[in-house]
Design a protein around this ligand. Structure first.
Ligand code: GLY
Length: 400
């Protein structure tokens, strides 16, 4: 009977794009094999590039020569590889993955004091946040709280935003990028862990200001909004990684979708759900969204269909859509679309096992001018997260 049920589910999956648990297990088996390869390659690299440079701690991508590119802890992508290891542990329950996850997580501890960037959530929540969720290790809790304190120092009350970048001071006075919505998860967690509502208030204020100033009438987002911190006025609206200032950079749209969905999870404020649904409509109904739901790197890239795709944007979107499918009513469409993305990624964009230095997915695009058509560690992270969410939904379990 069990066999019949499994094969019926597999056939149903082929016909509808539904992703059954048997398929998710196969994809995690592959992810384990690839990650073992990556761990062996990372172990073989000299982590101290030269005497005055910081240690390389996590893989990010492949460089132009096709070699594995590691980054120091301060890089915005350093938390994704430890996060993937925690996801492998969550799925398999194997001690092997918990041991590796702990090893790569603690490499990032010093970042909890780094108030020079907004990327605290990416770095600390993907690593320590998942670690704490799965182990309840009190040492991880402290790192999350300190990380949130450091991030809060970047909040500018008059403008009502958390400053994103300190670089390019000649271009922007106080730039905020849509990506910053992803860092709010860390602040919400810090309020839950401490009872101190100041983190929550900063997160909600940032989300509301961003909703007002980053979004266009069609519910697409600008990438960079520059603020005057003395008056709170918006000075400029630009892009840094998309096609141009007026365009819709695909990963930015996905960060916004994920960010407003998580804001709704944490606050139950209907304006955040409305915003997430409007962003989902922009993406899913866009005339230049390809049939396989893996977007071009920018919805307005002029050479479509001869432009690069961004698999990382698709993976972030899929994970967010799974969560969005659990809110409101009649959201079967979001789940079906997320399943369709996962089916596309796993069939047409996945690395063959044993290749590409252990990355899971190929064909991501970091930006218009760099990291073009490469594997990116955050595509892999959100892919595994999406698979875990799909499994929980299949089993009718809560996502959080
Ligand atoms: N800074 C995050 C990104 O490139 O999407």
């Amino acid at each position: 009977m069990k066999k019949i049920t499994i094969s019926l589910l597999a056939v149903l999956g082929l016909l509808t794009g539904f992703v059954p648990n048997t398929r998710i297990k196969t994809l995690f088996d592959r992810a384990e094999q690839q990650t073992r390869l990556m761990l062996s390659e990372v172990a073989a690299i000299d982590k101290k590039p030269s005497s005055n440079k910081p240690l390389w701690v996590s893989p990010r991508t492949l460089n132009e020569a096709g070699a594995l590119q590691l980054v120091p802890a301060r890089d915005w992508t350093s938390g994704f590889f430890p996060g993937e290891l925690w996801y492998l542990y969550e799925f398999t329950g194997k001690k092997e993955w918990a041991t590796q996850a702990r090893f790569y997580t603690v490499n990032l501890e010093a970042e909890k004091m780094n108030a020079g960037t907004h990327d605290m959530g990416f770095k600390i929540y993907c690593s320590y946040g998942n670690g704490f969720r799965l182990t309840r290790d009190p040492a991880y809790r402290e790192v999350i709280i300190q990380g949130a304190k450091s991030l809060s120092k970047r909040f500018k009350p008059t403008a009502g935003i958390i400053r994103s970048w300190d670089h390019h001071k000649e271009v922007w006075q106080c730039p905020v990028i849509i990506d910053n919505m992803m860092n709010l998860e860390l602040l919400f967690a810090a309020t839950r862990l401490t009872g101190d509502s100041s983190f929550y208030k900063i997160a909600v204020t940032h989300a509301k200001t961003t909703l007002k100033n980053h979004y266009r009438p069609d519910h697409s987002s600008f990438h960079v909004v520059d603020y005057d911190t003395l008056t709170g006025k918006v000075l400029k609206k630009n892009t840094h990684q998309g096609f141009n200032d007026a365009s819709a950079w695909s990963r930015g749209q996905a960060w916004g979708l994920y960010g407003y969905t998580l804001c709704y999870r944490e606050t139950k404020d209907p304006q955040f759900l409305k915003q997430a649904e409007a962003i989902a409509r922009f993406m899913l109904d866009h005339p230049r969204m390809p049939a396989d739901l893996v977007p071009y790197y920018d919805y307005d890239a002029p050479g479509i269909p001869n432009e690069l795709r961004d698999v990382s944007a698709a993976a972030v979107m899929a994970s967010a859509l799974y969560e969005l499918s659990t809110y409101g009513s009649g959201n079967a469409r979001y789940r079906a679309k997320a399943d369709q993305v996962i089916t596309s990624l796993s069939k047409s964009y996945a690395s063959p096992v044993g290749k590409n230095h252990g990355f899971l997915l190929l064909h991501s695009t970091g930006a218009k001018t760099f990291e073009r058509d490469v594997p990116l560690v955050y595509a892999d992270y959100y892919y595994l997260e999406a698979l875990l969410r799909a499994k929980k939904l299949n089993e009718k379990k809560p996502l959080f």
